[in-house]
Design a binder for this molecule. Structure first.
Ligand code: ADP
Ligand code: MG
Length: 916
């Protein structure tokens, strides 16, 4: 598709009326709101609907994948095909019309098979990518909603947070510490910081429009409240047609195989040249030599390989998708199989990320209990025995108000049902507050919010500034270590008292050791610092109100998945921002760690980093839990694990996880809880966020890789067998054992059906019981070589002996070739079953598990027998029907390769047991 064509398509979908405002960066915010007929509480749903009609959806036209004709034509752009076309042309010159027609027919059939396979593989890949949609938070009629980004209209108000992909072109209304990575648009690799308050000159370059956020860019930190000024193709990125259509990438395995095919091609060319010379010396006519050389080259070169591999990988992708693993880069299909280490998030991946507040700790008191489950705010709070509940009621209420004000989540009744969105910690706290009758909407009405410091993993706290009776009040929540330095007092039933840090820490530790995620809460008056905006410097002299202990249930499948990983030779570790004791409690329940020595904290890691790489590597070698680490430290962990010789898969969800996701061999993002940044950096996306899906992905990755090997084995070994057959015949001074057309028939028509069926092989069932494959291991390892040589030699020799015997027994050359061709077809039929497993006996492999293979094999044989009876075709091919007795004899001969490969499998088993 030309750039020009794209341009036209884009313009075709752009409604005339967009952009509504040109150069919104030069307008004041209020003016812009007015011009867009919006307001700061957001549009109403009716207004949104009418604008959607007027301006269309907020989506860019997708670059179309190549069409079916295009794919078909591309099948002919292949050096091998050129050779064949040349051969057809030469045949025409030599008046061998039937040969010429046959070659062209074979080419067409081959191209059709290739097209169908490639086209359906492409379609499948495309469908997978569309499983992942982007969501945004909007403000409509004063309430926040999470919507699909396609439903945005100009005038909408969008709430951005770190990790979001900016969904449309927008003018900032307000922002906190907002930095956006605009490299996609401007090429600038560092994130740029944004400023809502500025108005800019009309001709400010795109890269300097710091009061705007542009569609397609990524929020690397902070928060922003923005007004949509243009959607879809009216956005800056929408006008850049080229940025949309990314060229499809070929997986490295495929590239390697294309190179490999090329190398085999050269090798075969040399071999063919030698054979041709021998043929010439022994007096074969020149034209026959030419056609045969071509046919032999085409037979021995595994030209079907790239397509068969594409199919095998596509099938792998599909199977993974069924198990909730979406592959973003095809390479991941093969690399997953090599993983030796998974560094996994805790929250949301090993646990379900449905936090429930169960305990409240007031300073100096035993824990209060909270009843009720999940996100429905029904439950009660009961004081510990011996504590006067009424006396502490005020304290609990204070705490509940603080967590409600300092909160980015939402909990409320919508259409009679409890609805919620936002961070799981925030929502859990809202649910808890609701249980003591503190409601979000009421609290915010009483305490007007004036500023906030939103939660970022690396700070481990958040804060909010609200006005109460005209007095600025701070509410803050976060890890105890983060809050303690901000507090000078603590709240008790006897009033505000000087803080007892040790006692508070001891209280926290008892709950953490039971696996509770602990959040501390503090509040206090805000002492303004002369016109400085609300920031960390304001957070001092606060009063610690108490702590909340939350439970996040383990995923029921996690423990078993970890066990499976272990037996598959894969180590698992947990990386979390949570408290070491909380993390350890969970890790030991999962049997991930069994001693506190296996817990490494972010601080310890940093200290080791200051010493040397070796010190870090020593730490990561034993560690199974990394606690209180900042997202940025994940990168150091990955790098160290890689130095330790691991092939690492890492999970990540936040904007700051992008470097680690990129550095890991397999970056894994979570489909539900992950941010856009993480999802777009990752190699695979786990759509159900479940750790066990990663293990399933690894299993499927190993199966796909094994199938790739099976396909390669079948194609290479049968090609090599033909070379052996020809070499032996020529050396023995016999005529060519097969005609050129017969070779083409054998390879492109009969074998061409079987090889792809192998790509559909189900797993052998023991994929997760073996150690991972060495990432550098070549496909052509010793095992593959042994198998290829044995089968090629056996098939080649048996076919040669048969051919010679037929000639000696007085059959004509044509009849001998007819028998040899049938024998070769039978050999390939039998050999497919050898290819199904490298280790497992063919007899222990249920043939019904891959019906397509059974069907393909039968089809190959039937097509050949059909050809014997088809007038015209049988003449071109030089075949004719054989007696059933002969057929059976040949079948018996063909089983020789089965026997040989079975013996080889036995030998492998012996070799294996002797080694262990
Ligand atoms: P995880 O690796 O489990 O996702 P996080 O980075 O989310 O860890 O959290 C680390 C710590 O930050 C928590 O232990 C908690 O103390 C604090 N924290 C988590 N979520 C919030 C929040 N929404 N507001 C304030 N503090 C939080
Ligand atoms: Mg988290």
């Amino acid at each position: 598709m030309s750039a020009h064509g794209d341009q036209q398509r884009l313009q075709g979908t752009t409604p005339e009326t967009q952009p509504v405002i040109t150069a919104p960066h030069q307008l004041k915010r209020a003016e812009l709101l007015e011009r867009l007929q919006g307001n700061k509480h957001g549009l109403s749903q009716d207004e949104v609907n009418s604008r959607l009609k007027r301006y269309g959806n907020n989506s860019l036209p997708q670059a179309k994948p190549p069409g079916i004709t295009h794919t078909f034509i591309r099948q002919f752009f292949n050096p091998l095909i050129y050779i064949l076309l040349l051969a057809a042309f030469v045949s025409l010159l030599l008046h061998e019309y039937s040969d010429a027609i046959f070659i062209i027919a074979v080419l067409l059939i081959n191209a059709v098979i290739g097209t169908v396979q490639e086209y359906s593989a492409q379609r499948a890949a495309l469908a997978l990518q569309q499983l992942v949609t982007t969501h945004v938070m909007v403000l409509r009629s004063g309430e926040s909603y999470q919507i699909n980004s396609e439903a945005l209209v100009p005038g909408d108000i969008v709430l951005l947070e770190s990790g979001s992909r900016v969904p449309a072109d927008m003018r900032l209304l307000s922002e906190y510490d907002l930095e956006i990575d605009e490299s996609l648009l401007t090429g600038e690799s560092l994130p740029v910081s944004k400023e809502a308050g500025l108005t800019l000159e009309h001709d400010t370059p795109l890269a300097e429009r710091c009061n705007m956020a542009f569609a397609g860019t990524m929020v690397s930190r902070g928060r922003g409240r923005c007004l949509v000024t243009a959607t879809a193709t009216a956005t800056e990125i929408g006008t850049l047609a080229s940025a949309i259509s990314r060229p499809p990438q070929k997986p490295p395995l495929l590239l390697r195989m294309e190179r490999f095919t090329f190398m085999v091609g050269i090798f075969v060319a040399i071999a063919v040249l030698i054979l041709a010379t021998i043929g010439f010396i022994s007096g074969t006519p020149l034209e026959e030599i030419f056609l045969l050389s071509v046919a032999l080259a085409v037979s021995a070169i595994p030209e079907g390989l790239p397509v068969a591999l594409t199919v095998a990988l596509a099938i792998g992708m599909n199977r993974m998708a069924k198990r909730n693993v979406v592959v973003r880069r095809l390479m991941a299909v093969e690399s997953l199989g090599s993983c030796t280490f998974i560094a996994s998030d805790k929250t949301g991946t090993l646990t379900v990320n449905e936090l429930t507040a169960r305990r409240i700790l007031l300073p100096g008191q035993p824990a209060w209990h909270i009843s009720g489950e999940g996100m429905v705010p029904v439950g009660a709070i009961t004081p510990p025995t011996g504590v006067d509940g009424d006396g502490s009621k005020l304290l609990i209420e204070q705490l509940a108000i603080a967590v409600t004000l300092d909160n980015e989540g939402f909990l409320g009744l919508r259409e009679g049902e409890w609805d919620h969105h936002g961070d799981a910690v925030d929502v859990a706290l809202l649910v808890m507050a609701h249980k003591v009758d503190i409601h979000q909407a009421d609290a915010l009405a009483t305490y007007e919010k004036i500023a906030e410091i939103p939660f970022e993993s690396e700070h481990r706290f958040s804060a909010s500034l609200n006005l109460f009776d005209g007095r600025p009040t701070i509410s803050t929540k976060g890890a105890l270590e983060s809050l303690l330095p901000m507090c000078s007092h603590m709240a008790t039933t006897e009033g505000r008292q000087p803080i007892d840090r040790d006692a508070l820490e001891a209280q926290a530790i008892t709950l953490a050791a039971e696996g509770y995620r602990i959040l501390s809460i503090a509040s206090g008056a805000c002492v303004p610092i002369s016109d400085e905006p609300f920031a960390v410097s304001h957070l001092h002299g606060l009063t610690l109100l108490g702590m909340v202990g939350m439970i996040d249930p383990l995923r029921p499948t996690a423990a078993a998945a970890i066990r499976n990983c272990r037996s598959a030779g894969i180590e698992v570790s947990m990386v979390t921002g949570d408290h070491p004791l909380t993390a350890y409690a969970i890790a030991s329940e999962l049997q991930l760690a069994n001693s506190l020595d296996q817990v490494v904290t972010g601080t310890a890691l940093r200290e080791a980093e200051q010493q040397s790489h070796a010190a870090v590597d020593q730490l990561t070698r034993e560690a199974r839990v990394f606690a209180r680490v900042e997202p940025q430290q994940k990168l150091a962990i990955i790098e160290s694990l890689t130095r330790n010789g691991h092939y690492v898969a890492v999970t990540g969800d936040g904007a700051n996880d992008a470097p680690a996701l990129r550095a890991a061999h397999v970056g894994v993002a979570m489909g539900k809880s992950g941010t856009d940044v993480a999802r777009e950096t990752a190699d695979i996306i786990i759509t159900d966020d479940d750790f066990s899906s990663i293990a399933n992905g690894i299993e499927e990755g190993r199966i796909a890789y094994a199938n790739v090997r099976k396909v390669i084995f079948l194609l290479i070994s049968t090609g090599a067998a033909e070379l052996v057959l020809f070499a032996l015949s020529l050396m023995a001074g016999l005529p060519m054992p097969l005609l050129a057309v017969q070779l083409l028939w054998l390879n492109l028509v009969t074998n061409g059906i079987q090889d792809v069926a192998l790509a559909f092989e189900p797993g052998e069932g023991n994929e997760l019981k073996q150690p991972p494959r060495a990432p550098k291991e070549a496909i052509f390892n010793r095992l593959m070589l042994e198998r290829v040589i044995i089968s090629a030699v056996v098939i080649g020799i048996v076919a040669f002996l048969t051919f010679r015997w037929l000639l000696q027994a007085g059959y004509s050359v044509d009849e001998a070739r007819n028998g040899t061709l049938l024998l070769m077809v039978l050999f390939e039929n039998v050999h497919v079953f050898n290819s199904r497993s490298e280790h497992l006996s063919c007899f222990r492999h249920n043939p019904l598990r891959n019906k397509l293979l059974l069907f393909g094999t039968a089809a190959a044989q039937l097509i050949h027998i059909g050809a014997m009876y088809t007038p015209g075709l049988n003449e071109v091919l030089g075949v004719k029907p054989v007696a059933i007795g002969h057929w059976l004899q040949l079948l018996l001969l063909a089983t020789s390769v089965l026997l040989a490969m079975e013996l080889h499998k036995c030998y492998l088993k012996l070799r294996h047991t002797n080694h262990v």
